[in-house]
Design a protein around this ligand. Structure first.
Ligand SMILES: C[S@@+](CC[C@H](N)C(=O)[O-])C[C@H]1O[C@@H](n2cnc3c(N)ncnc32)[C@H](O)[C@@H]1O
Length: 394
């Protein structure tokens, strides 16, 4: 196929039409991710368990990969169809313009997920779809991609999902999980995942204009997410995405999108962002991570014990991911720490908004916050509660 012909088809089939997408989220974070997608301008934003469906042009979905803070991955739905018989899958797989989306030199990892589906035999489904892609690529004079080796994280994921009488064929736009922002050197003892940190901040209504304190900052995840949000920096600036290898990818437009985001970002957060930890090494690691994430400007980091330190000027938002029983210390210690936390908040932080990661929902009562809202989400084999509330006046 001539270059011009391919370019025309790329425009007509990839960039001009609206497509359907699915942003995967940690269960519980769907409403937050849906709000992020609406703010980006996505259409038909429909949350369901484990993610959010939306429709958009490809350019907006590229921006969604760059900007979404609470999503794990974005799938482009190449086909969504009714399945009555096996031939329906063959016909749909054959009708995909694979050469527009699949790079010949990136191994292909075909995943199949079936739930009470009319389709059976996952191995055969993967084979049929892989063959359809290979046939089409050969027809247009390209070498088909090789199948991915198990565990190859750089492979292009392609997913066939079947549920009841419907099936879909989707291509992963993101590559590595989106919580991997590209800056983390090492985790510290028990880092919070970045999507949950962003979710806690969003759940508390954080917009960067109020002072922020994380008094047990560990490796700095919450302050780094807060600094990026406060300055309007996209979380994906420092990482690679699967769509960058697609034949339809527009490198110049993508670089322009990133450059523009950087130029429009504030040079520093509009209000103070402070991270503290009683462990000096944790503070050093947080400082190092903030530098790697390029958000150290306007972020204060200090070695201080929460129970002895005075609050910074406020009131503002205090976010905290205290140690918990499973990974650090015992459950009983963690519970008594939450109790002490509640007392210290009442004593010194009247009027502050709080966002707390709790490993037992019933511990919320120990904090005596008012105006509380909770979101639960799985994390590290546990179900954590992201609690927001206000410390009542004295
Ligand atoms: C679960 S970790 C926080 C992880 C952090 N959110 C991150 O993403 O890396 C809890 C942190 O609380 C700190 N810590 C425990 N007791 C403290 C205290 N009394 N004052 C300040 N920090 C404390 C620990 O040193 C540890 O770094």
């Amino acid at each position: 196929m001539s270059e011009i012909n391919l370019e025309r088809r790329i425009k007509r089939q990839a960039w001009v039409p609206e497509h359907r997408f699915f942003a995967v989220t940690t269960p519980g974070l769907e409403p937050l991710c849906a709000a992020e997608l609406r703010a980006l301008g996505a259409g038909e934003v429909l949350p369901e368990a484990g993610g959010v469906n939306f429709s958009a042009k490809l350019e907006l979905a590229v921006a969604a990969n760059l900007w979404l803070r609470t999503a794990g991955r974005v799938w482009l739905r190449l086909k969504d169809f009714r399945v009555r018989r096996w031939e329906d899958l063959l016909r749909q797989a054959d009708s995909i313009p694979w050469e527009i989306f699949i790079a010949p030199d990136v191994p292909l990892n075909i995943l199949v997920a079936l739930n009470e589906s009319n389709l059976k035999h996952t191995g055969r489904i993967a084979e049929v779809v892989g063959k359809a892609a290979a046939k089409r690529m050969r027809e247009v004079g390209l070498t088909p991609p090789v199948p991915a080796q198990p565990g190859d994280e750089s492979a292009q994921r392609l997913q066939v999902r079947g549920a009841d009488r419907r099936a879909s064929i989707s291509l992963d736009m993101s590559g590595a999980h989106l919580h991997k922002r590209g800056w983390r050197a090492q985790g510290g003892l028990a880092p919070l995942r970045e999507d949950l940190a962003a979710a806690l901040l969003q759940h508390c209504g954080y917009d960067g204009t109020q002072p922020l304190l994380d008094p047990m900052c560990g490796s700095g995840t919450l302050v780094i997410e807060a600094a990026a949000m406060a300055r309007g920096l996209p979380p994906g600036l420092g990482r690679a995405f699967a769509f960058e290898s697609w034949p339809c990818h527009r490198e110049a437009a993508w670089n322009y999108m990133k450059r523009q985001a950087q130029e429009q970002a504030l040079a520093a957060p509009p209000a103070t962002i402070m991270g503290r930890d009683s462990n000096r090494e944790a503070v050093e690691l947080a400082r190092h991570n903030a530098e790697l994430a390029r958000v150290e400007q306007g972020v204060g980091l200090e070695a201080k014990d929460f129970f002895k330190a005075e609050p910074p000027a406020g009131p503002g938002l205090l976010v905290i991911n205290p140690p918990y029983g499973k990974r650090l210390g015992s459950v009983r210690q963690a519970q008594s720490l939450v109790k002490r936390l509640g007392k210290r908040l009442a004593q010194a932080y009247a009027g502050w908004r709080c966002g707390v990661v709790l490993y037992r929902p019933e511990w919320a009562d120990l904090l005596s916050l008012t105006d509380t809202k909770a979101v639960t989400a799985p994390f590290g084999g546990l179900k954590v509660t992201l609690l927001s509330g206000t410390v009542p006046p004295k």
